[in-house]
Design a protein around this ligand. Structure first.
Ligand SMILES: Nc1ncnc2c1ncn2[C@@H]1O[C@H](COP(=O)(O)OP(=O)(O)O)[C@@H](O)[C@H]1O
Ligand SMILES: [Mg+2]
Length: 304
């Protein structure tokens, strides 16, 4: 069942078109990854979803209600975490958490305590003394202590260290288990791909791809670096790109669907070292749109 529906959303700031016919759908019980580089239009879309900005054109529905006209009603069932959290400087973290949770009509003290412990936050400090990471924690604890049906999280882990990032991921998985839905934006594909059921990729105000990660798998390549006892010949293998001899070893990219074959092949030459790193989003975009303006127009994946 569709919980959130964005149809043909356009948002202009003066002459500048920030969003150009965006279509998005988040289903009930789903974690949806909203991915795109900085400046792509993620936050603008989210601000329209929250009724903070008015759409220039198009229709935005959450729980079947209109994001602009019915914002008050929608907000009772939505928890929101922005990427750059600003808090009341003179309130303590604990007071801000209580305030947010109360605004949403919740009162889950045990959840609040559990999350404060998990995120290792000192809730007695005034917000003005908090680092960016700590302000982020306050917003996350408030959101996950609230009993919302939809969690809208706009690059929520930008100030968090890897340990806290992991706690965040556990929180997302937990609300999903409760049947809640999550819209999670990020500019790093690898950060959200473990969590998301489906993703939508936005670039320059347009959705260029959406679907399950399996459906989008054809877009990704893994970067490899290997050292072997005997020299490896990769030429006859399928799905290998950008081969380069470096001082650290043989560097190349491999289509994710050919990864298994490639590793089997390489292992025959006596592996001394093998490193792999996930493809960056930027890299994926660059390749995907090399001279394929057509793909941009149709919104359908072009070059492989
Ligand atoms: N209030 C605004 N006025 C003018 N331009 C804006 C405004 N908000 C965002 N933009 C522009 O819209 C584009 C998309 O921004 P944003 O949605 O913040 O991107 P993202 O969140 O994906 O990094 C950017 O080029 C940004 O400069
Ligand atoms: Mg943003």
């Amino acid at each position: 069942m569709s919980l959130l529906q964005v149809t043909n959303l356009t948002k202009k700031f003066g002459k500048f078109t920030a969003l150009d016919g965006v279509n998005l759908e988040v289903n009930s019980g789903e974690i949806f990854g909203f991915i795109g580089p900085n400046g792509a239009g993620k936050s603008t879309t989210i601000r329209v979803l929250l009724g903070i900005l008015k759409a220039t054109e198009g229709e935005v529905k959450i729980f079947g209600k209109d994001a602009w006209n019915d914002a008050v009603e929608i907000h009772k069932r939505v928890a929101y975490v922005p990427g750059d959290v600003n808090l009341w400087p003179n309130l303590t973290g604990g007071e801000v958490i209580d305030l947010f949770v109360k605004l949403r009509g919740g009162n889950n003290k045990s959840k609040r305590e559990e999350l404060i412990k998990k995120f290792d936050l000192d809730p007695t400090k005034k917000c003005r003394t908090y680092s960016k990471g700590n302000r982020q924690k306050v917003a996350l604890i408030a959101a996950f202590s609230s009993d919302a049906d939809l969690y809208i999280l706009d690059e929520p882990t930008s100030g968090l260290d890897p340990l806290m990032e992991k706690i965040f991921q556990e929180c997302v998985i937990e609300v999903k288990k409760e049947g809640k839905s999550v819209l999670l934006s990020s500019h790093i594909l690898s950060e959200v791909e473990k969590l998301c059921d489906r993703v939508g990729i936005i670039r320059e105000g347009r959705i260029i791809e959406s679907g399950s990660l399996t459906e989008l798998r054809h877009l990704t390549r893994t970067q490899m670096l290997v050292q072997t006892k005997e020299p490896v010949n990769l030429k006859e293998l399928k799905g290998i790109h950008e081969i380069e001899e470096t001082e650290q070893g043989l560097s190349f990219q491999v289509d994710t669907e050919e990864l298994d074959n490639a590793i089997k092949h390489i292992s025959q030459f006596g592996v001394l070292k093998l490193e792999s790193s996930p493809p960056t989003l930027e890299d994926l975009f660059m390749r995907h749109y090399e001279g394929t303006e057509k793909a941009h127009d149709t919104g359908v994946g072009g070059g492989k």
